[in-house]
Design a protein around this ligand. Structure first.
Ligand code: WQD
Length: 346
């Protein structure tokens, strides 16, 4: 069987770390990316880390005929679909962009994967890992969150993830040959231990970890803590921060399960531990050896008090569990940020 795996959006934050983990597991990943949400410099970093050239197909996942041709030429054993937009706030302001790029992009990829080529052949057995998000749980009634919890959306971004999950379920009912792994990420954070790759927000970071490390490196004056009156141990928001390296390992485990057992699944990828905003700030202070100024600000619209995973299903089905600690996550994030104050823009 082919060991080729196609990574749509593979030059992005999660995709690039998954690329390395796949190569280390003996797969041959190919990156499909238009660099709308990533930077070409990542390719050089991937080559430095893995010691080998990177196979890139530069283009848009919305170009169905081109994607089908990529699949014909590479004949991957499986596809991991990362490509899409992921800023919750932006999705509220620009819903059509998210429906077009995320839902349209998924439809385009799935249609390409079901193409029958002129010579009568088709891409390998349709095997897909989909990058979903804990945001499909909306505002959970309790924590930790199980995969069986009710699903809802609180933003067009979350809505797009939910629609794609539902599309995949319909596809599997119509064509049982599809092997699909849906991965619901909690809060990805951290960076590659080499310090050569990490999270590189395009402008002001929405997410907490990159904002805190930008304050630590002196790019921003202080952290705004959005609310300290939540019903949580220290009053600040509690989330399940998972090291991007653990997340990458989760994708390898998902592909190995699909290719060996063939059973489809939907699992949480989280640590099962809830961590507050103040705990993150203190952990980054330990990593960088500096005090990180922070001020308490009003709650951010749409935020929930607590969101963390029950990660036992992924352990049972995939033999996967998160291994990295919050301190390891912050140490790796700090090494990346301090070595690359402007991310990949140099
Ligand atoms: C975490 C906590 C904030 C910034 C989002 C998406 C989710 C996924 C991850 C894509 C919250 C607080 C944050 C700041 C703060 N994205 N915070 N000051 O909102 O849990 O999840 O990103 O898949 O889909 O919803 O992550 O990092 O924005 O916030 O106090 O400057 O940090 O209130 O409690 P979130 P986040």
């Amino acid at each position: 069987m082919s060991t080729t795996i196609l990574l749509t959006g593979g030059a992005g934050y999660i995709g690039s770390h998954t690329f390395i983990a796949l190569r280390e597991a003996g797969f041959e990943p190919v990156i499909l990316d238009n660099f709308a949400n990533s930077h070409p410099v990542v390719l050089e970093r991937l080559e430095r880390i893995s010691g080998r050239p990177v196979l890139l197909e530069r283009g848009d996942v919305l170009d169905t005929a081109w994607v089908a041709d990529v699949l014909r030429r590479h004949r991957p054993a499986g596809v991991v679909h990362f490509a899409g937009d992921k800023a919750v706030g932006e999705s509220v302001a620009k819903p059509l962009k998210y429906f077009h790029n995320n839902i349209g992009g998924a439809v385009s990829l799935l249609r390409a994967m079901t193409t029958v080529f002129e010579d009568g052949s088709a891409p390998a057995l349709p095997t897909l890992v989909f990058s979903s998000s804990a945001t499909v749980y909306g505002d959970p009634a309790s924590v930790p969150i199980l995969e069986s919890f009710p699903l809802s959306h609180t933003s067009p971004y979350g809505h797009s993830k939910l629609v794609i999950e539902e599309m995949l379920a319909s596809l599997r009912r119509a064509s049982p040959a599809w092997r699909v792994g849906v991965l619901r990420y909690f809060n990805p954070a951290g960076a590659h231990p080499s310090g050569l790759m990490g999270e590189d927000p395009a402008d002001i970071p929405n997410n907490l970890m990159p904002f805190v490390t930008q304050v630590a490196v002196g790019q921003r004056p202080h952290v705004n803590v959005f609310g300290n009156d939540y019903a949580t141990p220290d009053g600040t928001g509690v989330r399940d921060y998972i090291h991007v390296q653990d997340l990458a390992a989760g994708h390898v485990a998902a592909l190995q399960a699909l290719l060996s057992k063939g059973e489809s699944f939907t699992v949480n990828l989280g640590t099962g531990r809830g961590v507050s905003v103040l705990e993150v700030i203190r952990a980054v202070e330990r990593a960088c050896g500096k005090t990180i100024p922070h001020v308490f600000a009003p709650r951010r619209a749409g935020d929930v008090a607590q969101c963390y995973a029950d990660a036992s299903l992924a352990k049972r089905l995939l033999g996967w569990e998160a291994k990295c600690s919050l301190d390891e996550m912050c140490a790796d994030a700090w090494r990346w940020q301090s070595g690359n104050p402007n991310g990949y823009r140099g």
